[in-house]
Design a protein around this ligand. Structure first.
Ligand code: G
Ligand code: G
Ligand code: G
Ligand code: MN
Ligand code: NA
Length: 253
């Protein structure tokens, strides 16, 4: 409750910050994209992670305004890096279910693209399987609009919900992110290896790209490479960071 009341003024007080976590191309070990992760600098000092406040703002509806700020800020940041001569990489922004289902989403995204002038190919939205499965037809319509704008969609936390890859083919989705629960014990668990191998194989045949989340060890990385996984994200490469250097954004090829 105390958090909720201090959240009310947080946007106006400019207390939110974006962190960025690299998503690496496994084949080349180069940067492929970055996930945008929201942080709250409460009262200008204490750093609060999203698991502590996203559920609150998702419940009270503040996610809509804050989420719009995240999208706008990510677009502005990308344009600022480009103005500094850095090679842009796509930024993946998380959308929570309520944000995704909000009627104004498509219009506000369109306005942000116009206002910032960003190439929509440099923005991706991550949504969870659960959000996708909740509302059939309306979901398909919203995804269609987003896709038509040129923004790519990926499925976050894949494997934790109840969807199947075959079902996902109904949606204009290009990428899935295997939940870190399946990566954590990859080296010890033949079962997890079999699950991950199956997800990768089926994704390949459906022409979906695959990101493994929560990659923390070279052993996991080697296994993923051996199974033909394209992309990896995790502490092995970097934690989410507040400042992105030119070094990180080196040209990709
Ligand atoms: O950053 P961290 O690793 O603590 O993220 C925890 C959770 O918060 C993840 O599930 C992530 O998807 C979610 N999250 C992080 N940033 C945002 C954001 O900007 N918007 C939404 N809706 N969720 C976010
Ligand atoms: O041997 P292991 O328990 O890691 O096997 C787990 C699963 O991963 C099995 O389905 C196996 O066929 C698959 N697998 C193991 N090694 C490879 C590999 O080098 N390439 C591919 N594509 N699959 C592998
Ligand atoms: O649910 P989503 O995938 O959007 O959230 C990403 C979350 O995973 C963030 O909270 C981020 O800090 C966390 N994360 C990223 N890489 C790793 C990792 O290698 N290990 C663990 N344990 N968490 C990670
Ligand atoms: Mn995510
Ligand atoms: Na995830």
């Amino acid at each position: 409750f105390e958090l909720e009341s201090s959240l009310r003024g947080a946007l106006a007080a400019n207390e939110f910050e974006l962190y960025f976590q690299p998503i690496m191309d496994i084949g080349t070990r180069r940067l492929h994209a970055m996930e945008v992760l929201l942080r709250w600098r409460r009262g200008g000092t204490e750093l609060i992670t999203p698991d502590q406040f996203i559920p609150i703002i998702e419940e009270n509806g503040m996610i809509v305004g804050i989420g719009e700020w995240v999208i706008r800020q990510a677009c502005r940041q990308s344009m600022a890096w480009q103005a500094q001569g850095m090679t842009p990489v796509p930024l993946a922004v998380n959308l929570s279910p309520r944000q995704f289902m909000h009627r104004g989403l498509v219009d506000s995204v369109r306005a942000i693209l116009d206002e910032t002038g960003i190439d929509p190919a440099l923005i991706e939205f991550e949504i969870t399987e659960t959000a996708l499965m909740q509302h059939g037809e309306q979901t398909l319509e919203i995804l269609g609009h987003i896709n038509a704008m040129g923004i790519r969609l990926s499925i976050d936390d894949f494997g934790t919900g109840y969807s199947s890859l075959a079902y996902l083919k109904r949606f204009p989705v290009k990428k899935i992110k295997i939940d870190r629960a399946f990566i954590k014990d990859l080296e010890e668990s033949a079962e997890d290896r079999a699950i991950v191998a199956a997800i990768i194989a089926l994704s390949d045949s459906l022409q979906l790209s695959v990101v493994a989340e929560g990659v923390e060890t070279e052993g996991q990385y080697a296994l993923l490479q051996r199974h033909g996984c394209q992309y990896a994200q995790g502490y092995l490469f970097s934690q989410p960071v507040p400042h992105v250097t030119a070094q990180l954004l080196l040209p990709r090829s």
